[in-house]
Each structure stands twice: as C-alpha cells, then as structure tokens.
Design a protein around this ligand. Sequence first.
Ligand SMILES: C[C@@](CO)(OP(=O)(O)O)[C@H](O)COP(=O)(O)OP(=O)(O)OC[C@H]1O[C@@H](n2ccc(N)nc2=O)[C@H](O)[C@@H]1O
Ligand SMILES: Nc1ncnc2c1ncn2[C@@H]1O[C@H](COP(=O)(O)OP(=O)(O)O)[C@@H](O)[C@H]1O
Length: 309
Amino acid sequence: MNQSQDCPQQQATSGKVCFVQSYAKINLTLDVLGKRADGYHELATIMQTIDLYDTLCFTTTNEDRISMSCNRTELSNDNNLVVRAAQALRQKLGLRQGLTIELNKRVPVAAGLGGGSSNAAATLLALQRWWQLPVSMQELWEIAASLGSDVPFFLTGGLALCEGRGERITPLAAHWPAAMRWLLLVKPAIGVSTATVFRNLTSSDYTNGAWSRAIEVALQTQSGLQASDLYNSLERGVLAQYPEVAQARQEMLDAGAPYVRLSGSGPTLFSTFATLTEAAPVQQALHTQGYEVYLTRAINPANNDITYF
Ligand SMILES: C[C@@](CO)(OP(=O)(O)O)[C@H](O)COP(=O)(O)OP(=O)(O)OC[C@H]1O[C@@H](n2ccc(N)nc2=O)[C@H](O)[C@@H]1O
Ligand SMILES: Nc1ncnc2c1ncn2[C@@H]1O[C@H](COP(=O)(O)OP(=O)(O)O)[C@@H](O)[C@H]1O
C-alpha cells in the first residue's frame, strides 16, 4: 500500500496525520427473526471481517470544523458516515479540534459488505486512540449504535454473533475451516438499498435463529463449519427482485463454484474455496464476464495486528 497516494492532501499540510485501514465484512448467516415495533427487524447474524479495505487519513487543522474528501466524489459530503462519526464524538466531548478526513474507497458501496459502517467505526476508534480521548468502549458503542445497526460490530470485528437489530455483539473464537480459506466475492453492477430489501421481506422469510445458533456451535468445535451451514434470510427476496443478482449467482455456479451465498442485503455474492487453484477458474470466468471480483480472506483485525484465519 502506498500511504502518500491514499493521503494526497497530507503532502500540502503541516498538521498531524493518522492513517488507518477500514475492513469490510461478510455475513456467514443472517437470520431475520421478525419485525419489531420500531420498524427494524430482529436479527441473529454471524459476521466475519475480511481482508478488503478502505483507507482513512485524518489530518488536524486549526479550523473548528470537519471537512472530508473521497475518491468516490458522490460520497464527499457531510452526510458521510465518517463525518457523522467524528461530529458525534466531538459533540459528546465538546471538542474544538479541527479535522480533515480523506477517504479512499476500495470496498464497493451499497454492496452488503458494510463499508460505510466500517468507515464510521474506524473513525471512532482512530480518534479515540490518536487524541487519547476520555471515552469508554461502552460510550463508543452507544455512538456506533446511533450511527447504524452494523457499526458496533466493526468496533471489534473478527468473527461475532450480532443480535437485536445487529448492535448486540458477542465475539466468537473460531476454528476457521481450511476448506473455506479463500473467499471469492462477486459484485453485480447494481447498488441495493438495505431498507428496500428489509421492506420486501415476507413472514415466510423469517426463521427462529437456528442457522446462526448452529453455525456458532460448528465454529467452536473441531467438527467445523461447512458451506451448507451458511444461510441468509434476505437472499430469496433479493434473487427474486434483482435479476442481475440471480444471473451472477447462476454464472458462479456454472463456472464451478460449489455453492453461492448473498452477503447482507447484497448484491455481493460469495463462495468459498480451499485452494487458489480451485478459486482461480471461477474468479477468471466472472471477471471475464465483466463483474467486479475480489479474492479475499477472513481476518481478525484486533489491536491493529491482523491475523489470517
Ligand atoms: C443487512 C445488514 C446485515 O449485516 O448489512 P448490509 O447489507 O447493509 O451491509 C445490516 O443489518 C444493515 O445494517 P446497517 O446498514 O447499519 O443498517 P441501518 O443503517 O441501521 O438501517 C438501514 C435500514 O435497514 C432496515 N433495517 C436494518 C437493520 C435491521 N436490523 N432491521 C431493519 O429493518 C431499516 O429499514 C433501516 O432503516
Ligand atoms: N463512508 C461511506 N461509505 C459508503 N457509503 C456511505 C458512506 N457514508 C455514507 N454512505 C451511504 O450509505 C449507503 C450504504 O453504504 P454501504 O455501507 O457501502 O452499504 P452496505 O452496508 O450495504 O455495504 C450508501 O449508499 C451511501 O449513500
């Protein structure tokens, strides 16, 4: 990685700089248990951090404001989750310190990979550590949950069971199966609105959480996780509503993927492989057909010390 390429504005300033990576996730399971009175859905989902990341560069300024820029210019505005995260922290602590944020997106946007949520959590953690702020993990969790259901997961990352609307996190220790070492992600060329996908659920898509409970047990025992344990309650509706996603799924299967699952609300699909030799033909076939394709790994990013599963 070239840090100066990711922080072009840093070259032109004498302010102090902090540089962090912000990793995406996939959902190994996603059980939707039902709809709640507040309009959200009750979930049990097992999420896993993957080695696909955006970069964030923070520079201190003398102005009492936050400004941000992004290589995806449509995201360069005050609604960006990184600005909202930094503002929430500044407001909570009454800070006046100015900040410029440069966000370099590599993670596809509105893709079911949690990129924006990860950016928000990375901002909270970076400012807490860099500025040595008197804010506890519980307070960071409260800010994270106010920004989005997926944001608290990214405060710890790795492998975790996420419940409630997604904000109640139980970290899991895992025996990650060698048979699933390589994760091949395929992103159809559409963005999907998470709210629309939840709105289109029917009660027949609801489960009792058994898929997530089963995978939790499988991950913690030597018997191990298998591809057939993966499940997503949102998949039926997304495949029915978005023909581009159904087509990509079929093309992955035709190219030799043993099975295919949707991540989150999609449209990104993934399959797992034991070896690069098995993954490569599928990767090549989908790339040739014009899809965005990412070959990645499950990681545990705890304490900035990346461990590959
Ligand atoms: C579906 C998941 C699975 O990990 O991920 P993505 O596909 O977005 O990555 C998450 O639940 C997304 O979390 P996040 O993207 O933070 O969602 P939020 O901003 O809180 O909510 C966006 C919208 O999704 C719906 N929503 C979200 C979470 C939930 N438990 N029930 C819901 O019904 C609501 O309509 C809400 O207005
Ligand atoms: N930092 C950010 N990165 C990506 N999207 C962002 C960001 N901040 C706000 N958004 C908004 O959030 C929406 C969902 O983005 P994203 O987190 O990429 O979705 P998903 O969780 O489905 O992968 C986008 O359509 C975009 O408008």
